[in-house]
Design a protein around this ligand. Structure first.
Ligand code: M6R
Length: 353
């Protein structure tokens, strides 16, 4: 039931603060120790020399963020693969691989195909899914819940942030990290709430930047490049505005030729190491006529940025940076008079290959 909301998508965007709290409550005890992950999972992953994350669409994008936690916090090399590619073009594997399947529905046929292949090869598997009684959770060796609650809108929102959080918690449980993740997640929840409270800001951005546009860009570097892919998918999937998301450094290698007078270019800027470079790239597209809309984090902000995000641990910034993109996609679609929850040609769960 979507209650007072006009669309499920908006309700599900708003639920993300609650989901972050739910996950912290489920996976940590009052002392801040991890309790929600069985030792079987940890012990098995610790024997692995490499993690392979397999997923599709938004879940694949969540995996691109998760990779950073497994590498930075758990110190395990991690590859992220598109399920439909991996299924028929399996790369050379490491000696002791461990497979993580990420899925909202747990029914995605492309991912199921990979799971079947991997099981035949005898490697250990874990599914992280929102629907716990699903094919992918039943058929993997281990399963962890995403606890986002039912996601009805075709455009995935809360499953994305929840999948990122579960990966962060899992990676944290495997390593020896200084950060108090439970406390940091509480902060994330507060800040997600603060961003979703500013809907009018994003409605105004969507209406001024995207009205009458048929193409748009999201750029970023590092983790922001990963979020840019998800931001672009969100916008194109429901508004039908052709949107490319990519690593900002790639602009000069071809895509910059697409920039015209007024082309909207959204820049996500939350990573200190590359902020200066990204500022340069924003200036380059602006010089070619782009309408640049920069979404930055507080300590990296400049006065003319379109929106300044509150700050949490830099590795967790994707959880905040994606929220404006979800809301901008929502309002751009609304402004076009389209059905936000049910974009053409798409199904919520893609059960065919
Ligand atoms: O249920 P899954 O997470 O396995 O689904 C994967 C994709 O089909 C899904 O994320 C799709 O890309 C969404 N419509 C994106 O909003």
């Amino acid at each position: 039931d979507k209650g007072a909301y006009p669309y499920y998508m908006l309700k599900e965007i708003d639920e993300q603060a609650v989901v972050a709290r739910t996950l912290a409550g489920h996976y940590f005890n009052d002392e801040g120790e991890i309790v929600g992950i069985g030792c079987g999972i940890g012990d098995t992953i610790k024997q692995a020399d490499r993690l392979y994350i397999i997923a599709a669409g938004t879940s694949y994008h969540a995996g691109l963020v998760g990779k950073r936690y497994f590498e930075n916090w758990a110190n395990i090399p991690t590859e992220v693969h598109i399920a439909s590619e991996f299924a028929y073009d399996q790369p050379l594997l490491s000696e002791h691989p461990f497979f993580i399947f990420l899925s909202q529905s747990g029914e995605t046929a492309d991912s199921r195909e990979v799971l079947d292949n991997i099981k035949r090869q005898g490697f250990p598997t874990l599914t992280i899914a929102n629907v716990m009684n699903s094919t992918l959770t039943r058929e993997a060796d281990f399963a962890l819940p995403v606890l986002a609650g039912p996601e009805i809108a075709v455009a995935s929102t809360k499953a994305y942030t929840a999948q990122i959080i579960v990966q962060a918690i899992l990676a944290y449980s495997l390593g020896d990290v200084e950060l108090d993740l439970k406390q940091e997640l509480a902060k994330v929840a507060v800040e997600i709430q603060a961003i979703t409270d500013e809907k009018m800001t994003f409605q105004a951005i969507a209406e001024s930047a995207l009205q009458n546009q048929h193409s748009a860009f999201y750029i970023g570097r590092g983790m922001d490049a990963a979020v840019a892919l998800e931001a672009a998918l969100k916008l194109k999937e429901i508004s039908y505005i052709q949107t490319e998301g990519f690593a900002a450094g790639e602009l000069k290698h071809g895509t910059i030729s697409l920039i015209e007078e007024g082309t909207p270019v959204f820049a996500l800027l939350t990573q200190a190491k590359t902020a200066g470079l990204l500022r340069g790239e924003v200036a380059q597209v602006a010089a070619r006529g782009a309408n640049t809309i920069t979404i930055s984090s507080k300590s990296l902000a400049r006065p003319d940025d379109a929106y300044v995000l509150p700050e949490v641990d830099e590795l967790l910034m994707p959880l905040l940076a994606v929220i404006p993109a979800q809301l901008i996609a929502y309002y751009a679609t609304l402004a076009r008079g389209l059905d936000v929850d049910r974009p053409r040609n798409l199904a919520k769960s893609v059960t065919v290959q």
